[in-house]
Design a binder for this molecule. Structure first.
Ligand code: C5P
Length: 233
C-alpha cells in the first residue's frame, strides 16, 4: 500500500442536525445526505439499539454498569425497524441516554464516523440531540430542527400507526413530553440549540420547504452545488 493510500482522508463537510423527537430532523438529514452525497448517521438509532438490547435481555434499565455492556453488543445484534422505532424502545433510549458511561461509550464511534465517513464519502450528516454541542462542535453547518409538541405528536402517532403500533394520540403526546423533559434536563449533553446553529421550525413548514431552506444555507456557506437538486414545484 502506498503512503498516499494510508494518509487519512481530508474531512470536507460535516453537517449537524439536532432537535427533539419527530421534529423532522431525521428526514431532513437523509435528504441532505443524498443531495450533497454525504454519509448519514442517525445517532438516535445507537441509543435505541442499546435500549432494545436492554429490553430484550431484561437488564435493569437503571443499572448503568449493566446497561453500558449492551453498547458492545450493538454490532452483533439484528434489530428490526419496527422494534427499533417502537414507543417502548424510545422511552428506554432516553433513560439510558442520560447515563454518562453510555454516552462516553458511543462518542468515539460518532466522532470517527464524522471524521472518516464510510463508503469514501467526502463528509457526513449526523442527526441527534448533542451533535452540534458535543459530538461535532466544529461542524461546518449546524441546524436545530424543532416543531410544536402537538405537531410532533401528530406526526409520530401517524408513523406508529402505519407501523401497526396501537397507541392513542394522547399517549404519544404524553410520551413525547416525558422524553423532551428527560432529554432537556439531563446533566450530560442535554438537548439544546448550539449558539451557532440555524433554527428551523417545521411546525408549519413542509419537509420540502425546510429541505430547500437548509440546502440554500449550506450551499451559501460552503459555496457548494448539490448533486441531486430538490424538486421545484
Ligand atoms: O432521535 P431518536 O428519537 O430516535 O432518539 C432516541 C433517544 O436517544 C432520544 O430521546 C435521546 O434520549 C437519545 N439521543 C441522545 N443523543 C443523541 C441522539 C439520541 O441522547 N445524539
Amino acid at each position: 500500500m502506498s503512503n498516499e493510500a494510508k494518509a487519512p482522508k481530508a474531512r470536507k463537510l460535516v453537517i449537524a442536525l439536532d432537535g427533539p423527537a419527530a421534529s423532522g430532523k431525521g428526514t431532513l438529514a437523509r435528504k441532505l445526505a443524498q443531495a450533497f452525497d454525504l454519509a448519514h448517521l442517525d445517532t438516535g438509532a445507537l441509543y435505541r439499539a442499546v435500549a432494545a438490547i436492554v429490553l430484550r435481555a431484561g437488564i435493569n434499565e437503571t443499572d448503568e454498569d449493566a446497561v453500558v455492556l449492551a453498547v458492545g453488543q450493538i454490532g452483533a445484534t439484528k434489530i428490526e425497524e419496527n422494534e427499533l422505532r417502537s414507543t417502548a424502545v424510545g422511552r428506554v433510549a432516553s433513560v439510558v441516554a442520560a447515563m454518562p458511561k453510555v454516552r462516553a461509550a458511543l462518542l468515539d464511534y460518532q466522532r470517527n464516523f464524522a471524521a472518516s465517513p464510510p463508503d469514501d464519502k467526502e463528509g457526513a450528516v449526523l442527526d441527534g440531540r448533542d451533535i452540534g454541542t458535543v459530538v461535532c462542535p466544529a461542524a461546518d453547518v449546524k441546524f436545530f430542527v424543532t416543531a410544536s409538541v402537538e405537531e410532533r405528536a401528530r406526526r409520530r402517532h401517524a408513523e406508529l400507526q402505519s407501523r401497526g403500533e396501537r397507541i392513542t394520540y394522547e399517549a404519544v403526546l404524553a410520551e413525547l413530553r416525558d422524553r423532551d423533559a428527560r432529554d432537556c434536563n439531563r446533566a450530560q449533553a442535554p438537548l439544546r440549540q448550539a449558539e451557532d446553529a440555524v433554527l428551523l421550525d417545521t411546525t408549519e413548514l413542509d419537509i420540502e420547504t425546510a429541505f430547500r431552506q437548509a440546502v440554500d444555507i449550506i450551499a451559501r456557506r460552503k459555496g457548494l452545488g448539490v448533486s441531486a437538486s430538490p424538486a421545484r414545484p
